[in-house]
Design a protein around this ligand. Structure first.
Ligand SMILES: *[C@@H]1O[C@H](CO)[C@@H](O)[C@H](O)[C@H]1NC(C)=O
Length: 789
């Protein structure tokens, strides 16, 4: 029983319009609450210390045999408790007295033998079916459970008095497990006041239960285990159904019957008030050679669903069987999981708007050239043996109303060399998922399509030259082999793109340019390469404008290796690294700043001056090392001769000379000090110059204006010496503006221009180096002793 319910809900797609929601309480409360799932955990006892805010507790499929008050008393938010498929033998309902919110209690498939009558007044759903009660497990106290909507019971003996309690309850659904019934009253059963009645019929088919059902207020009946005599009881029951009754839904589970019986059942349903009729797990045992068919009288029936039908023999006209169904004058027909190999075209214009033949073995010839399905809006051919997309497309051209076509899970292919595809004009939703289609499928699509499901095919790219799909709003390309996010040039209206689980490494720029209309992009589980190109994509995830579905959990780097498994959300790369012109700018700016800093430092600390001094010092050192002083120094008596203007004598006498002669190793010839009487000043000067190793001129504006003329003469006569300016040392005491130097002093101008002078630094800190340099320039070992002077 539980199993057939399960398969019914799994195939939701096919039966969604008939689904009656029995268990809505579970799902509603599960959504807003805390769910603790301990099912199939091999538990012997109820776990201690469950979270106190648990609202849903699933303990099904364990080996729990006992329950104590302390097990649940602290779970005062508990709403749903599932204890089915355990070994509970005894239970006092007062253990739930502290669970004041408990609405749903499932104790089915245990070993309960006696019932406690404590009423849990908050309960809406109580399932006590498939237990081991000897008697009817109800007591009068149950009459106090006024909120009860669902009650499931196992019953072995039916006595009229046992059921009196039901007259107090306003049930939505009553489920009676009568499989092990051993004792029953004869004649009419008690009237069950419930909207929906579910009965698992006795294995012993001698008990005529169905025949004696009274269903005046019941809208839905679900009957399980119908075989042998019960088949005839059912036919009888259906034939007696009151035309004015309220029965709308009939569901039959686990049937074994002949074709003849099946037709009888359907025929009676045809003539009743029933609107939705479902048959699950039916075995048709004998198929006569000459099959009876249905008379299609006017009917209230809207939908017939058959699932898991098996035919016991194959020596019959299959065409007749198919025609029986295809000629039905109802709106919806579903035959699934039944191995049907074909379905014929209705012989007259059909009233079908919905057809579902999923999970069968239908081939391409289905509804070939079929002109009578003009009202059909939905066609589901999921999981069959369809193989040529061209043929299937041709089928739809005659279905003028077709909007929704599900061709998923077939073997469909389309090759470029095949015929053109033609599709029904009104097709808006097409499901081609789980086929073997390649990118050529884009040349075989309905032009007005709005929703296209192509997931799980073999598409590796989207060809450029395809028909424009201007109405397409949603496309699912998940689980294909795409290496790139496609552009949207051909899909102007696209709003939803699913490209999960492909091989997208990095989206193309075309995507960003053409896909601005997309609102939702699902692109998780792709092998992203976390490089510069991905930044725009990551920004999408962080700030839109389109929503990246499942961001950030499904988006991780695959390349480069050192970033594998890193979430895209946590991958950062700076703007500068990725932007070449920005990079160049930054490098240029840094270079400029560096040069600026260097220049500033040079000016601030006069570094060029130091460098110049150092250079001169090395030059002198080099020269003195190369010269052999003995050769030329035969008549040299002084290290240096100093010439200066009278006006600079203060500096010369108080600073220059004392500093040079400080350690007495330097001898200076001064024309005043070493004057030889009887010689003119110029002669004396020349004499001094000739006896000195070097001549030091202290240059200043004063000097240039007053003294220079003395030397012009000398320089003119001693060309040799003047050319060998090595012996000249010019000290620039004060800077000499060029205009001060008279035009005729060519020699001075040339010397100044060569900048071969030592500058007297104004800053004290530089004086040390100045002296070192000057000394180095005049330093020489003189052959004559000091006393000679
Ligand atoms: C297409 O069919 C598959 C199952 O075959 C289903 O999972 C998917 O949701 C369907 N797509 C649409 C849009 O209904």
């Amino acid at each position: 029983m539980a199993e057939t319910k399960g398969s019914g809900t799994n195939n939701f797609l096919c039966i969604y319009i008939f689904t009656i929601i029995f268990w809505n309480n579970i799902y509603v409360s599960a959504e807003n609450g805390f769910i603790a799932d301990y099912s199939q955990s091999g538990l012997d006892t109820i776990p201690k210390k469950l979270p106190a805010h648990t609202t849903v507790l699933d303990l099904s499929h364990n080996n729990i045999s006992e329950i104590q008050i302390s097990d649940f008393s602290y779970l005062n938010k508990l709403q749903v408790l599932i204890l089915s498929h355990n070994l509970i033998g005894k239970l006092d309902f007062s253990v739930f007295q502290y669970n004041e919110d408990l609405e749903h209690l499932d104790l089915s498939h245990n070993n309960l033998q006696t019932l406690s009558c404590y009423p849990i007044t908050s309960l809406k759903h109580l399932d006590l079916s498939y237990n081991n009660y000897a008697a009817m497990p109800t007591c009068l106290e149950f009459g106090n459970m006024l909120k009860l909507e669902y009650l499931g019971l196992s019953v072995r003996r039916i006595h009229k008095s046992d059921f009196s309690v039901f007259s107090l309850l306003q049930l939505n659904t009553l489920f009676l497990d009568l499989e092990d019934l051993s004792e029953s009253i004869s004649g009419n059963l008690p009237v069950f006041i419930t909207k929906s009645l579910q009965i698992a019929l006795p294995k012993n088919s001698e008990f005529s239960i169905v025949l004696y059902l009274e269903v005046n207020v019941t809208e839905s009946i679900e009957l399980s285990n119908i075989q042998g005599k019960q088949v005839n009881d059912l036919i009888m029951f259906l034939s007696q159904l009151n035309k004015s009754g309220r029965l709308l839904n009939l569901t039959l589970n686990n049937l074994q019957l002949s074709w003849q019986n099946l037709i009888d059942i359907i025929q009676n349903v045809w003539e009743s008030t029933i609107e939705y009729f479902s048959i699950y797990h039916v075995t048709i045992m004998e198929l006569e050679i000459i099959l009876r068919s249905l008379s299609y009288t006017d009917t209230s029936l809207k939908a017939l669903t058959i699932e898991n039908a098996v035919a016991g023999s194959s020596s019959f006209s299959q065409d007749k069987v198919y025609r029986t169904f295809s000629d039905m004058n109802i709106a919806a027909l579903s035959i699934s999981h039944s191995g049907i190999t074909h379905m014929v075209c209705p012989s007259i214009p059909s009233s079908f708007t919905y057809l579902c033949f999923s999970n069968n073995t239908l081939t391409d010839i289905i509804f070939k050239d079929c002109n009578n399905l003009n009202l059909l809006e939905t066609l589901i051919l999921q999981r069959n043996r369809l193989s040529r997309l061209t043929t299937v497309s041709l089928m739809t051209t005659l279905m003028k109303s077709l909007k929704y076509l599900d061709l998923s899970q077939n073997l469909l292919q389309y090759e470029d060399y095949e015929n053109k595809c033609n599709w029904g004009e009104n097709l808006v939703t097409l499901n081609l998922s789980s086929n073997v289609l390649s990118e050529s499928v884009f040349r075989c699509l309905p032009v007005n399509i709005q929703m296209l499901d192509l997931q799980n095919n073999q598409i590796s790219s989207i060809p450029k030259e395809i028909i424009e799909l201007n109405a397409l709003e949603e496309i699912n390309l998940a689980s294909n082999e795409l290496a790139d996010l496609p552009g949207c040039g051909q899909f102007r209206s696209l709003r939803l793109l699913n490209i999960e689980m492909n091989s997208v490494v990095s989206p193309s720029s075309e995507f960003y340019q053409t896909c601005q209309g997309i609102k939702e992009l699902k692109a998780g589980h792709n092998p992203f390469a976390c490089t510069c190109e991905l930044r725009q994509f990551i920004n999408l995830g962080k700030q839109g404008p389109m929503e990246l579905v499942d961001w950030p959990d499904s988006y991780v780097c695959e390349y480069p290796d050192y970033l594998r498994e890193t979430s895209l959300k946590d991958f950062h790369i700076s703007e500068v690294v990725c932007n070449t012109s920005l990079l160049v700018t930054v490098v240029l700016i840094s270079a400029l700043v560096f040069m600026g800093v260097v220049s500033f430092l040079c000016i601030r600390f006069d570094i060029p001056w130091y460098l110049k001094m150092l250079w001169q010092w090395t030059k002198v050192k080099h020269r003195t090392r190369n010269n052999k002083p003995e050769d030329m120094l035969s008549n040299i008596q002084f290290h240096a001769f100093i010439s200066y203007s009278e006006r600079d004598s203060d500096w010369v006498k108080n600073v220059l000379i004392p500093n040079l002669e400080k350690d007495r190793s330097v001898r200076i010839c001064q024309h005043e000090r070493n004057f030889v009487a009887g010689k003119s000043i110029v002669e004396n000067i020349i004499d001094c110059i000739e006896k000195s190793y070097k001549s030091i001129f202290v240059l200043s504006p004063n000097f240039v204006q007053s003294e220079w003329c003395h030397y012009e003469l000398y320089f003119a006569h001693h060309k040799l010496l003047s050319e060998n300016s090595n012996s000249l040392i010019l000290i620039l005491l004060d800077s000499i503006p060029a205009y001060i130097i008279p035009a005729r002093y060519h020699k001075l101008k040339a010397l100044m221009a060569k900048r071969t002078y030592l500058e007297w630094p104004k800053e004290r800190s530089k004086h040390g180096l100045f002296w070192i340099n000057l000394r180095a320039a005049i330093q020489i070992k003189l052959p004559i002793s000091e006393e000679v002077i």
